[in-house]
Design a binder for this molecule. Structure first.
Ligand code: SF4
Ligand code: SF4
Length: 59
């Protein structure tokens, strides 16, 4: 599982960072940064994102 972040769509609201129950997303100047090792693929961030900038991809 991989989280794709579309940086062109992201408005840096950082709500995804707040809703992640596993602290798998972190605030950076460049937008949210994903930590694969902490992510469980729960989808909370994807569901939250107001501009649909996040996508979970099976690999
Ligand atoms: S919720 Fe969406 S728009 Fe907001 S910071 Fe996360 S990816 Fe960007
Ligand atoms: S899928 Fe769930 S665990 Fe992974 S980054 Fe998003 S909110 Fe966090």
């Amino acid at each position: 599982m991989r989280l794709e972040i579309d940086k062109k769509k992201c408005i840096k609201c950082f709500g995804c960072v707040s809703v992640c129950p596993n602290q798998a997303l972190e605030n950076t100047d460049d937008g949210p940064k994903w930590n694969k090792d902490k992510c469980t693929g729960c989808g909370a961030c994807v569901n939250f994102c107001p501009v649909k900038a996040l996508k979970l991809v099976n690999e």
